[in-house]
Design a protein around this ligand. Sequence first.
Ligand SMILES: Cc1ncc(COP(=O)(O)O)c(C=O)c1O
Length: 402
Amino acid sequence: MDKFPASRRATNIEYAIRDVVVPARELEKQGKKILKLNIGDPLAYHGFPTPNHMIEAFYKGLKGQQNGYSPSYGLPELREAIAYDESQKINGGWDCKSDDVYVCHGVTEALQIIFAAFLQQDDKVLAPGPHYPPYMAYPQLFEGQTVEYSLNEENGWSIDLEDLESKMDDKVRLIVVINPNNPTGGIADKNHLKKIIDIAGKWPHCAVISDEIYDKINFKGNHYSTASLSDDVPVITLNGVSKVYYAPGWRVGYMAWHDPEKKLSLVRDGAERLLRSRLCASTPAQLGYLAGLQSNKDWMNDYTNKLLEQRDICIKRVQSIDGLKVTKPEGAFYMFIRITDEQWKSNDKGFVLKLLKEEHLLLVHGSGFSHKYGQGHFRIVFLPSPKILNEAFDRISRFLTV
Ligand SMILES: Cc1ncc(COP(=O)(O)O)c(C=O)c1O
C-alpha cells in the first residue's frame, strides 16, 4: 500500500505530557488501573472544581442564546475586565488598555498567533530549559527555531542570565519567560526580570513573552508582572482561565501587548489579521471567564492553601526516599524531581516507562520538557488528594528499593 507522506512539520512535534499516555492506554486495555499524575489539569482530580459562579455565567450565556460568534479580539466587556486585572497585579500592574488585550482559544492559540506574526526563516525564540513543550514545538511550524537558556536548579530554578545573554544575537525575536514555570514551579526574581528586559532592549527587534498562566498560584506572594517592569521594551503577557480559574476545558486565554513606544505596530497588524481569520474564542466561555474576573476571588486563597499543603506532603515524601532530590517549587502545581538513583539518573524516560509498567503510576519524564536541561528528572502533579499523592510516593519508593 502506498501510504501518503506526512509533513515533517507535523512529525517533528512532541508533546511528552500526552505522549506517555499511549503506553498507559495499552495497559488499561489489558485491564490495569493506572494512577495518572501526568497532566496539569485540575479537573482531572477531585478537590479543585471550577467555581460555581463561573459555571452559572457560562450556562446563563448558553441559555440566553449568546451562542453566536464574538468579535475576533474578544467580548469588549471581557477585554476591559482583563485590562483592569493586568493593571491590578499584586506587586504592581501596568497601564493595560482593553485594546491591548486579545482573547484567544487559550494561551496555546495565542502562542501560535505570536509566533506566526513574529517569525521569519531562521528567527530564534529563546525559551527556558526546561519548559512547557509548545515553546519548542511551535516556533518550528513558523520556520523559526527555539534556543534554550538554562535555569539554575540549585537556586530555585532561577533564570541563568549569563547563559541567556550569551545566546542573544540579531536573530532572536522573542525571549520567553514562564513565571511560575511549568515544569519546575520556579518563580522569577524581580531583578532577573528587569535584567531580561534590559537584555532584550539592547537588540532592536527583540520582545519578551511573559507566560503568567499560573501567576496567582504563588505560595510566597512574590510574583511580578514582567510588563509592569518595562518602560519601553515590548512585553506580551499571556494568561487565561485554564489554571488559576480552574477551567482548562473552556479554552479561553489572552495575550496582552504592552508596547509603549509602538515598536510592534507592524507585527501587531499581522497578529490582528490572523485573529480575524480564525474568527473568535468561544462566546459563552468568555462570559464564564468574565464572571471569574469580576467576582470576589477569596476562594482562590483556599485553593492555593490546599495546594501548598499538598506540595509540602510531596516534599516530605521525596526527602524520605533515597535516590530522589527536589528543589521546592514556589508556584504552580508541579514538582520537577531529580533522580539521583545510580541506575536511573541517566535514563529518565526508562524510569517513567518501567514505573508505569511495574507500579502502574504515570508521570512525565524530564527530558520531555527539554532533552538537554530536563533529563535526569521527572515531573509530578500535586493536584491529587494527599491520599493519592501518598499512594504515588509509596509506589515510587517501592520501585526504587527493589
Ligand atoms: C506554561 C503554560 N502555558 C500555557 C499552558 C496552556 O494554556 P491554555 O490552556 O490557556 O492553552 C500551559 C498548560 O499546561 C502551561 O503550563
